[in-house]
Design a protein around this ligand. Sequence first.
Ligand SMILES: [Zn+2]
Length: 546
Amino acid sequence: MLYSAGLRAVLAIALGWGAQAVMADAAPVSGEAIKAHTAFLSDDLLEGREAGTRGYDIAAAYVATQFALYGLKPAGANPDFYQKVPLRRRSLQPDGVRFEMRTKSGAQLYQNGRDIAVDASATTLDEVIEADVVFAGWGIRAPGLRHDDYAGLNVRGKAVVILEGAPASFPGALRAHYSWIQQKERMAAEAGAIALLTLKSPEREQFSPWERTRQARPLPALGWTDPAQREHAPTIKATITLGPEVARSLFAQGGRNVDEIYQQSISSPPRGFNLPASIRLARKSVHEDSSTSNVIGVLPGTDASLKNEYIVVASHLDAWVGPKGGPDTIYNGAVDNAGGIAAMLEVARVLSAAGGAKRSVLFFATAAEEKGLLGSDYFVAHPLVPLHDIVGAISVDGLMAFHDFAGIVALGAEHSTLGEISLVAARSIGAVHEPDPIPGRGNLALSDQYPFLRVGIPVLFPNPARGSRRGGGEDVAAWDEYESRHYHQPSDDMKLPLRWDVAERWGQYMYAVVAGAANGSRRPLWYEADELAAVFAPTAARVKRP
Ligand SMILES: [Zn+2]
């Protein structure tokens, strides 16, 4: 099946491809193909595609096979489509934690999972950490936002007590960025601290309750590991969440009221101070090393000079895994994210059939996104092509094909010219941009585009807008039911009422975005005076906002 001449002409004009439309002989994005990929990847046979499992490896082999069929090439000097991501599962030995707070009234022993919450060490099997305690506000140093909680504090060799989260005055994506515990650890380590003690204000408690942290934090956790890199980077030895009682009594020792500090932090950054206390943590951990794989294929660019620039299309191949108490124990992850991978595969197939684009396109099925963006984070730390040649990154996370859509929420669109490209792509399928309905959540910093954003690359994370229907008559019940009952559940499977004609339209939009970014006469650029660019890409070239 080919595009009708009319639609091809419209696309060619909309995307500015000029006379020799690169779509000439391309087969269009197929909803049936998206359905077939989604069905295979979310089949029970793949057992939920958890990172490090056989089911995941089968899914990876499937994606690599598709890449080969489309004529994609390994990235850079990589011999094949796989990038091995070394993983480390860390767990605590039974009774492996002994935590004491020492103050002028003596030493108080606190229990992990009841009074405090700490997980296993990612680096050290058996250790004792002792440090004096300093309160350091939010624990954020953000020159781009003229915010520095460490200004005037000496925290070298100390344990810093900080509020979880970030000020509400920070723009959504930056609030999410500075709320990441890994980011807090980086900033604290750079300031010279050796341990973090985190506090949950009542506001933070609403979406990260102490009760959940208390139970989940001591459980085994997964991270990527790179001993060579770790030796050179300053690290925090332990990050410990203090329960409400411990927090209250610690501040009371210093004649302070922690509830007042929480209250004050809503309007202005609380100032840091020394606390008359020290901690002692003795901890015994267990490490199990394994690996998983990113799957990466490149469609080489057709333009002699622009082919050295890359547009990344990232989509996570693993699925969420939760408790397995019910009758259905397989978290199939059909919508999240077999369907996203399926749409990405269709974009790769169609773009390859069209003869490629001017820039190279790097299709990236990421590993272990649900474990904390591990695969994409690893790639950015160990890039297969030079990071400065990656000029834009686009995420495909979720296949929200529950009702036809007239609107697209394109996260990141207001920050760079990727937004203009997305708008043209939206128009090509008769859709418009809609504002982010939940800007406070900072979703731009919560999926695979985030590691790319952090190194200054313009990013886009689009999804259909809920409830923006075309033609009327359809309701949003299926969408809402997915979000409330099936998201991150075993029931995210092919029994959901997905509309493959809508998936096809979504795939057409994704295709148009990717082709638009890869064919544009100029690379995606940050806008002048942009708040994200100020933080992540302070020296990058800018253009005027239209
Ligand atoms: Zn997802």
